[in-house]
Design a protein around this ligand. Structure first.
Ligand code: ZN
Length: 169
């Protein structure tokens, strides 16, 4: 399976609202496989389909510690149906190179989604796992954690990216 190219800010695909997954066949399975490999290769703990240029409501997540076996979680059409608490922690994103910043998120959440076969699933998540889910779900609505950080930090990052892109061109 090929490693996919991860789109970076300000690619416009990252800002689109993704459409629901409706086909749970071989094509989806092969996309999930490629997304998982791309995520492990990066390395990252989560990847949303829009980040690889496919604007559908699909994310892969693996928050297992490095020294343990992979435990891939695939969520199609995920929704947060309950959320509670509030915590601020530092986040990064494969689509926002060289940015780490504090983001406020819920601590306990309940998620409703479909698995890779289209079967309905529902589960609770907390702390870091809940944070990663919230981060990835934001991608499905075109939201980046860049939108949730301080105005100053955001302005500095946009300026820095502009400069890097200008130099690369
Ligand atoms: Zn991200």
């Amino acid at each position: 399976m090929p490693i996919l190219e991860i789109l970076t800010y300000p690619n416009p695909v990252l800002r689109k609202k993704a459409t629901p997954v409706t086909e749970f066949g071989d094509e989806l399975k092969s996309l999930v496989k490629s997304m998982a490999e791309t995520m492990y290769d990066a390395p990252g703990v989560g990847l949303a389909a829009p980040q690889v240029g496919v604007s559908i409501r699909l994310v892969v997540i693996d928050v297992t510690p490095k020294d343990e076996d992979h435990n891939l979680i695939v969520l199609a059409n995920p929704e947060i149906i309950e959320s509670e608490g509030e915590a601020i922690e530092e986040e990064g994103c494969l689509s926002l190179p060289e940015l780490n910043a504090n983001v406020k998120r819920a601590v306990h959440i309940k998620v409703k989604a479909q698995d890779i076969d289209g079967k309905a699933i529902e589960f609770a998540a907390e702390d870091w796992f809940a944070r990663v889910i919230q981060h990835e779900l934001d991608h499905l609505d075109g939201t980046l954690f860049l939108d949730k950080i301080s105005v100053l930090k955001r302005a500095m990052y946009k300026k820095k990216r502009k400069k890097i892109l200008a130099e690369g061109a």
